[in-house]
Write a protein that binds this ligand. Structure first.
Ligand SMILES: [Mg+2]
Length: 294
C-alpha cells in the first residue's frame, strides 16, 4: 500500500504530473496515504480479490511461479556483466556488484489480513490502522519470496527493499524481515529504503533506484505495481497499458510482477484519480471502465 506501490501512489503522482494537477490537489489538501501506496481506499469491491488471495491455490501458485521465474532469470543475469534491469542505471554497469530490488507490501509481506479486516469491519484504509497492523509484525510472507531472497543472497547478490512505507514503520518492518530470517544490511549499508528516509526519496521510487545504481548493478526488480519498476507512466488506463507494453522484453526477466488484485494504481486509473468521488462514484467509474460483450 502506500503502500508501496500501491499504484501506487508512485503511478498516481506520475499520472497527476502528466495531468498537471498536482498543485490543485495540494490546494485541496490532498495528502497521499503513508502506506499502501497503492491502496489508499478499500471498498467492498475487494471481496473476490481477498478471497482469491487468502483461499485460492491459484494465488499461491501464481506467486510461486513468478518467484521461480525470477530465480532462473537472476541466474542468467549474473552471467551477463553488462545487463541492468533499472532504467536509472548508467549504460555500462560492468564491474559493479549485483543487486536486486524488491518492493515490500504484496511483494514480500502479505497484508491481506489487514484488508480483510477493513472489509469486514466496514472501514476505509488509513495510515493509522495500517501502521497498527505493521507494528504487530504478524504478516506472513508472500509465497516464494523468502526462497528468492535466500537464493539471491546465496549468489552474493545484495538485496534491497524499496518501499513507500512510512519511515515511522522502519523498525517494525526490519523486525518482521529479520523474523523471516532475512539478512539485512548484508553489504554494510542500509538495505531497507523507505519513503522520505532522505529528502529526495518521495513517493516515486526512481531516485532510490538511482541511489542504488550508483554503487550496484541492478540485475532484477520485483514488485506488484508499475511504480515499483518505472516512474513515468500515464494516469489513464490506455497510457499505463502502453507504457507497460513498451517494456515487453523486461517482464518475467528483468522485472517480475507479483499479482495484487486488491489495490494498486490500476484501480486508481479506472476512475482517473478523481479523488472527489465517494465509494459509490468510484464503483460506478470502475463499471464504466469495463468492456462488455454487448
Ligand atoms: Mg507493493
Amino acid at each position: 500500500m502506500s503502500g508501496e506501490g500501491i499504484l501506487g501512489q508512485g503511478g498516481m503522482v506520475a499520472g497527476l504530473r502528466v495531468l498537471g494537477v498536482c498543485a490543485a490537489l495540494a490546494c485541496a489538501g490532498f495528502a497521499a496515504p503513508a502506506v499502501a501506496q497503492d491502496a489508499a481506499r478499500v471498498s467492498t469491491d475487494t471481496v473476490n480479490a481477498l478471497l482469491w488471495m487468502q483461499t485460492s491455490a491459484e494465488y499461491k501458485a501464481a506467486c510461486l511461479g513468478a518467484y521461480a521465474a525470477a530465480r532462473a532469470a537472476l541466474d542468467r543475469a549474473l552471467d551477463d556483466p553488462e545487463m541492468s534491469a533499472a532504467l536509472e542505471q548508467e549504460a555500462h554497469p560492468r564491474g559493479k556488484p549485483p543487486a536486486v530490488i524488491l518492493d515490500l507490501d504484496e511483494t514480500v509481506f502479505d497484508n491481506s489480513p489487514y484488508f480483510a479486516w477493513l472489509l469486514k469491519s466496514g472501514q476505509e484504509y488509513s495510515a493509522q490502522s495500517f501502521g497498527d497492523w505493521v507494528e504487530e509484525r504478524g504478516a506472513e510472507a508472500v509465497p516464494g519470496a523468502l526462497d528468492y531472497i535466500r537464493h539471491a543472497q546465496s549468489r552474493g547478490v545484495a538485496v534491497f527493499f524499496v518501499s513507500n512505507r512510512s519511515v515511522k514503520l522502519e523498525e517494525a518492518t526490519r523486525d518482521a524481515l529479520k523474523a523471516y530470517g532475512v539478512a539485512l544490511d548484508a553489504h554494510g549499508e542500509d538495505s531497507v529504503l523507505l519513503k522520505r528516509e532522505r529528502r529526495d526519496w518521495g513517493m516515486l521510487k526512481g531516485s532510490r533506484r538511482a541511489f542504488i545504481a550508483e554503487r550496484y548493478r541492478i540485475v532484477q526488480i520485483v514488485g506488484d505495481t508499475l511504480g515499483d519498476f518505472i516512474d513515468d507512466f500515464g494516469v489513464t488506463v490506455p497510457q499505463r497499458t502502453q507504457e507497460a507494453l513498451s517494456q515487453t522484453s523486461y517482464w518475467g526477466t528483468k522485472w517480475v510482477m507479483l499479482p495484487n488484485p486488491v489495490y494498486g494504481s490500476w484501480e486508481n486509473a479506472a476512475y482517473e484519480y478523481n479523488i472527489k468521488l465517494d465509494e459509490d462514484g468510484r464503483h460506478a467509474e470502475k463499471l464504466r471502465a469495463l468492456s462488455p460483450w454487448k
